[in-house]
Design a protein. Structure first.
Length: 557
């Protein structure tokens, strides 16, 4: 009998014991992303090959290539998204192999699309990644070994790309790691030496401001956000700030910031153009600058608080239904509206118990008195919904009643939930999804973190990522992410590295317009309808697979 290896065991649904933990974790991410382990078409993404990063790194890579001639290896450079922007291969046979694997300029090796691989996994984890032969998630890559590491800019600290060395799996050796580390070190030094006048001016302005002012100060530019400790918990968002500041032409302008703060703006110029701006923050509490704004997240979360107030008003006059996406806090809002300790009856158990037994429990709850919450009303079938209406038909004999209805934004509830709401005359209160409330996200996250104690706060890069994440799980997902960050972070200020990779990646994404949000929802719904099959989804949407991959990446679907 042939013994199955770790890859075969994992694809059969088992978790192998003899596999490195980092590889197993990456395999789990790959499976969750829907990567086909048998075959994958590496997506081609339009990318700029002649970048400032490439101009600094390519000469260093070329110098290393001269030392590797005859070693049957490949050097590659990618941008921050994992798209190859430069490649060198030592000999023709290996070049043909890598051409077949799409290790070619323009093709993107993001782990989300290609699964466990050197470039994608290094960028996903922010650390050196060694992927040997059959440790690749996709079988067609099992003949090669890849070692890669991300490169961070020495001033902005942003990941600007990655270095990769590839060889045949049979030629794997420990020198690959040494080569990659050496290349990253030399590129990092060269980036510092070649830092643009703009970047140096911004750094100088920041350091000078730190010496002059003990209060919160920040420097904002294109791709740059530098803050001192006092400004670290203010929730400053680089992309939003730079959109506002880049059009200014005069100094000493005052702009508004979150939490009732203001900032005096001093423009930083280099070579006759605006390189960025220095912000000196003032306002209530600005000198002491608690990491969390003085007012709690909940008190500032206007749509959520307004929905709770409205639900309480309606519950006093008749049945009320709170609807929204999964995880938006419907049960929490309804519990507050119905008063202390409502009896909760979950429609999710109806299919298991049977209609008769479930309706029997409903009658018992009505007889016991007190308020009643029917959760997940959308899970009832039509006969059960009619039975509920019959039990609660008499306004004089029924207790205060509330329903929760889980439904995607913009969609109508199912037949049973609609019948139930109509039959009871329930008034509906809609809870907005978290992705439509980016300003609330930062406040909620800081508040949740503060509740855990320990004086923890989120750094600006973490807050930017939290604000821009799509939050498919809404408040429930936010609670989990904050809890995991607090448990796994180091130090009192949690940076973006403490966040999950999918949340962390959102930091560089611009806030979507309403039209883009609508497009993202259509794409997500089409992908869901086709079981995640991107080829059939692209055909239905009338776009190419390449265009679909680009939109999936842009919208982080």
């Amino acid at each position: 009998m042939t013994t199955r290896g770790p890859w075969e065991l994992f694809q059969a649904g088992q978790e192998p014991d003899d596999l490195r933990g980092d590889v197993l974790t990456s395999w789990r991410r790959s499976r969750f992303s829907g990567v086909d382990p048998e075959h994958v078409d590496v997506p081609f993404v339009e990318t700029e090959l002649d970048t400032a990063f490439a101009r600094v790194a390519v000469p260093i890579m070329t110098g290393m290539a001269e030392l590797l001639v005859g070693d049957s290896s490949c050097l590659a450079l990618s941008d921050e998204r994992g798209s190859v922007i430069w490649r060198w291969v030592s000999e023709p046979m290996l070049r043909d192999t890598l051409d077949d694997l799409s290790v070619v300029e323009g093709f993107c090796f993001d782990e989300e699309f290609v699964g466990t691989n050197g470039l994608g996994t290094a960028l996903e984890t922010g650390a050196l990644a060694v992927v040997r032969g059959a440790e690749h998630y996709v079988q067609r890559f099992h003949d090669v070994t890849c070692v890669a590491a991300p490169v961070r800019h020495p001033i902005t600290r942003r990941t600007v790309g990655a270095v990769n060395v590839t060889c045949r799996a049979g030629d794997t050796n420990s020198l690959l790691t040494v080569v990659v580390r050496k290349l990253v070190e030399e590129i990092h030094t060269a980036l510092l030496e070649h830092a643009s006048l703009r970047e140096r001016r911004l750094l100088d302005a920041f350091l000078d401001a730190q010496r002059r002012d003990s209060g919160p100060v920040a420097v904002v530019g294109d791709g740059v956000l530098l803050t001192n400790a006092a400004a670290g918990g203010l929730g400053l968002d680089r992309l939003d700030l730079w959109d506002e500041l880049r059009t200014l032409r005069t100094d000493r302008t005052t702009i508004g910031l979150p939490a009732d703060l203001t900032a005096r703006v001093e423009l930083v110029r280099a070579a006759g153009t605006t390189a960025g701006a220095l912000l000196t923050v003032s306002g209530p509490g600005a000198r002491t600058v608690a990491p969390v704004p003085r007012r709690s997240a909940e008190s500032r979360s206007d749509p959520w608080s307004a929905a709770g107030t409205r639900a309480a008003e309606l519950a006093a006059t008749g049945p009320v239904a709170v609807r929204g996406e999964a995880g938006t806090g419907k049960a929490t809002v309804l519990a507050g509206a119905l008063g202390p300790a409502p009896t909760v009856l979950d429609a999710a158990t109806h299919a298991v118990e049977g209609t008769g037994a479930w309706i029997g429990r409903l009658r018992d709850a009505v007889a016991a008195g007190g308020s009643l919450m029917l959760r997940h009303a959308e899970l009832l079938d039509v006969p059960a919904a009619r039975a509920v209406v019959a039990v609660l038909a008499d306004p004089a004999g029924r207790p205060p009643v509330g329903l929760t209805v889980t439904v995607p934004e913009g969609e109508a509830p199912g037949d049973a939930a609609g019948l139930l709401c109509d039959g009871l005359g329930a008034t509906t209160v809609a809870l907005p999804p978290l992705r439509s409330r980016p300003d609330d996200v930062a406040r909620l996250a800081q508040s949740l973190l503060r509740r855990r104690g320990g004086g923890l706060s989120f750094a600006p890069d973490a807050l930017a990522a939290l604000r821009r994440h799509h939050w498919p799980g809404n408040l429930a997902e936010l609670v989990r992410v904050v809890g995991d960050a607090a448990a796994g972070g180091t130090g009192p200020v949690l940076t973006a590295t403490a966040l999950p990779a999918d949340v962390r990646a959102a930091a560089t994404r611009s806030t979507l317009s309403p039209l883009q949000l609508a497009e993202a929802r259509v794409i997500a719904a089409t992908l869901h309808a086709h079981g995640g099959n991107k080829s059939t989804a692209a055909r239905e949407l009338g776009i190419s697979r390449t265009a679909l991959y680009a939109k999936i990446r842009t919208y982080r679907i």
